[in-house]
Design a protein around this ligand. Structure first.
Ligand code: SF4
Length: 717
């Protein structure tokens, strides 16, 4: 591998440089150049790089330049003089950033590079692409549930012209039922046996990726590829992605939770019913038979007719799934979530588990295996020609899914032996009305500790991994994140790190306020204080506010308290849950004085520059709910090894999220506004300093609430 030339690359981003000249509003940023140098060093020294880059540093250019130069340098000619290259893979958490990199940043940087032509490709999860085979099957056979045929018609028109088959290209958002019947799914894909492979979007995409210098993916797709490689597919062949050994992870603060979700699995009564419905169903007054097992039965000699036996087995699975659901819901009555904890079983009624719950898990497992064994026996004895029939392929994948459910049942029954997994049951309201009686249970298993998995599958196999985010360190210290992600302990690898401060003028453009006379969150009167304070703060700022909560309950309470008063002042109030996230954000951005009440996912990813956002209110320090089963299990694990769950988990997690919330205010260097923190633990608890020190220097006003309002007026007007 030839080394990157730091001088050449850095000069392209300096004033007058080839890339800098392409930028319409170029401003020299020392932090960006420093970050760029660190990343070049990471490539040249085969290192693991951890970099925190504040808002406005321009981190994407700082990693795109080395990535592109590297991919071009590394390009080789194969025996047929065709160029072959190992791509550099860039992974992001959000589709928004994926899209921005692919559509804006990569073409811009590429246009300013002096050498070679960059080929880049964006790859989303399979579920984002139309599967030609499933789509055509759906057109031919009436689906099971209520189906929107108008949507299908529109998709039909689009399918004739689309080049990528990507869902994002549709002019409308298809319903879940329609899209999940026609999208690509790995375990339903016939691969080289597929009659549609010549027109398959996934095949075309992978072919394009094989020749690309840069591949932009999301974390989920990255983990799917790396997990398959780690489990035996190896590192030299194409799996989901072509072989690669240089990786850049942007929005890296999310990789632990992305990996947790990737390695988790769950099942529910309705999910099982959906699979069973694909296998067998009846319709019409004459109860005519449909489904994949009917097709399978028709492939067999007339002397064999296992359909009745399979229908009987399906009935048994249905009734055992219903019985399990009913018993499990009894455990979730009060808290909605019931965790089976091997470490702390004080809340587990062992007698109930043994007598009332586990027998139903066992019955469900037994009934599933009875059907799947029956089906396997049949499919394994089919002729070669029939075995590649799409219906048989699909049956096999449903069998695997049902067996996965049987395996989760087994893990639940042996929960004491599964200390490395978090197991819980959650009550889920089938109707939108949370108080509705219509509920079902979701059974989930998730990995307790991701560090070994991430170390083995992400950091060890790749020559260089660059992790970047606006929040990766706490007080310039990366140890919390490095521990959680398995980087700690990789002494044999070169480890580089650095914090690159935002160039924005926080010290003059941001006023950080905190009332010192507010009640503590666990004191009487706290909720009333929040409700009144939110309303008065938003009124003083004239709206343009994002109000961040840690629970829906307090969000609703403050929204209801403030709505009519603020709307009388001409300030429109928007609330998370009233519309989907994208539309809600669009409404917020399009109405400059509106006020958005939100929780959880809105603490990050909200990009509202200018006067649209002049006030961010953080109602409470964002400690995660103690009822979160994964956090609870991880806290227990820390305690077991003699650590402090609060200091080692809850506090750093909350501090990182706090920084994300604060970061919503300034999105451009000319932005100006106020961040209000209404949680007096910031001043009254020793750990409050950690939150304050993790922020850039700003103007501050920490005094009685009434005086604060005056300070805001003076600052904003
Ligand atoms: S190869 Fe797979 S994804 Fe492509 S059309 Fe066939 S089944 Fe669908």
């Amino acid at each position: 591998m030839s080394k990157l030339d730091p001088k050449q690359i850095v000069s392209s981003l300096r004033e007058g440089g080839t890339v800098a000249e392409k930028l319409s509003s170029y401003e020299p940023r020392q932090a960006q150049l420093d970050l760029l140098e660190l990343i070049i060093q990471g490539f040249n020294e085969d290192a693991l790089v951890m970099a925190e880059a504040g808002t406005g540093v321009g981190k994407s250019f700082a990693y795109l330049l080395p990535a592109m130069y590297f991919a071009l340098n590394d390009e080789k000619q194969d025996v047929k003089q065709k160029s072959t290259t190992k791509p550099v893979v860039i992974s992001t958490a959000t589709i928004t950033l994926q899209q921005q990199l692919f559509e804006k940043d990569i073409p811009l940087v590429a246009s300013g590079m002096e050498k070679g032509k960059i080929k880049s490709v964006i790859m989303k999860g399979r579920g984002n692409y139309l599967c030609q085979r499933r789509f055509n099957d759906t057109l031919q056979e009436p689906p099971l549930f209520d189906f929107d045929y108008d949507e299908l018609k529109q998709i039909s028109q689009w399918a004739k012209t689309t080049k990528t088959g990507g869902k994002g290209e549709l002019s409308f958002k298809p319903s879940e039922t329609v899209w999940t019947s026609i999208c690509s799914e790995s375990d339903l894909c016939l691969g080289i046996h597929c009659p549609y492979k010549a027109v398959c979007f996934i095949f075309a995409l992978r072919k394009e990726a094989n020749n690309a210098h840069i591949i932009v993916v999301n974390h989920h797709l990255l983990f799917a590829d790396l997990a398959a490689r780690y489990q035996g597919a190896g590192y030299e062949n194409a799996v989901i992605l072509p072989p690669f050994d240089r990786l850049i992870i942007d929005e890296a603060h999310t990789i632990e939770s992305a990996a947790t979700s990737f390695f988790s699995s769950d099942f529910s009564r309705s999910g099982i019913f959906r699979q069973l419905g694909r296998l067998y169903r009846t319709s019409g007054s004459r109860r005519s038979h449909h489904g994949l097992l009917v097709k399978l039965n028709a492939m067999l000699p007339s002397s064999e007719d296992p359909l009745d036996a399979m229908i009987e087995a399906i009935k048994k699975i249905r009734s055992s799934a219903e019985e399990l659901d009913e018993q499990a819901l009894k455990l979730c009555d009060e808290e909605r979530i019931f965790r089976l904890s091997p470490a702390d079983d004080s809340h587990c009624d062992e007698t109930f588990l043994k007598k009332e719950l586990f027998p139903h898990f066992k019955a469900l497992r037994r009934n599933i295996l009875s059907l799947t064994n029956m089906v396997r026996d049949i499919t394994e004895n089919l002729s070669d020609e029939k075995i590649i029939d799409p219906a048989v392929w699909e049956i096999k994948s449903i069998v695997r899914r049902l067996e996965n459910t049987a395996e989760i049942c087994d893990v639940f029954c042996k929960y004491r032996k599964h200390e490395d997994e978090v197991l819980w049951i959650e009550k889920y309201s089938v109707s939108k009305d949370i108080s509705s009686q219509r509920s079902m249970a979701i059974f989930t298993k998730a990995p307790l500790d991701l560090a070994p998995k991430l170390r083995e599958s992400v950091f060890l196999p790749n020559k260089s991994v660059v992790c970047v985010s606006a929040t990766l360190a706490i007080n310039d210290d990366f140890s919390y994140w490095a521990n959680r992600c398995g980087i700690t302990g990789l002494e044999k690898r070169t480890l580089l790190s650095g914090c690159f401060p935002s160039p924005f003028p926080y010290s003059s453009a941001v006023l950080l306020i905190g009332p010192t006379d507010s009640p503590m969150p666990d004191e009487e009167g706290y909720e009333e204080f929040i409700n009144e304070a939110v309303c008065r703060l938003a009124a003083t700022a004239g709206g343009s506010a994002l109000v961040l909560f840690t629970s829906y309950q307090s969000l609703n309470s403050a929204y209801n308290a403030a709505k009519s008063e603020l709307e009388a002042l001409g300030i429109r109030c928007l609330k998370q849950g009233d519309d989907d996230r994208t539309r809600l954000l669009q409404s917020f951005l399009s109405d400059e004085t509106s006020c958005l009440f939100a929780t959880d996912s809105f603490w990050e990813g909200v990009d509202a520059p200018g006067d649209t956002l002049r006030l961010v209110i953080i109602c409470r320090l964002p400690f995660r709910s103690p009822n979160d089963p994964i956090l609870e299990a991880r806290r227990e694990a820390v305690k077991k090894y003699g650590g402090s769950p609060f200091m080692e988990l809850s506090l750093p997690q909350a501090a990182m999220k706090f920084k994300q919330g604060f970061g919503r205010l300034m999105r451009r260097s000319a932005d100006r506004g106020v961040v209000a923190v209404l949680d007096s633990r910031l001043f009254k608890k020793a750990y409050g300093r950690l939150f304050l020190h993790s922020l850039p220097e700003t103007k501050t006003s920490f005094c009685a609430f009434d005086n604060i309002l005056q300070d805001i007026e003076n600052f904003l007007y």
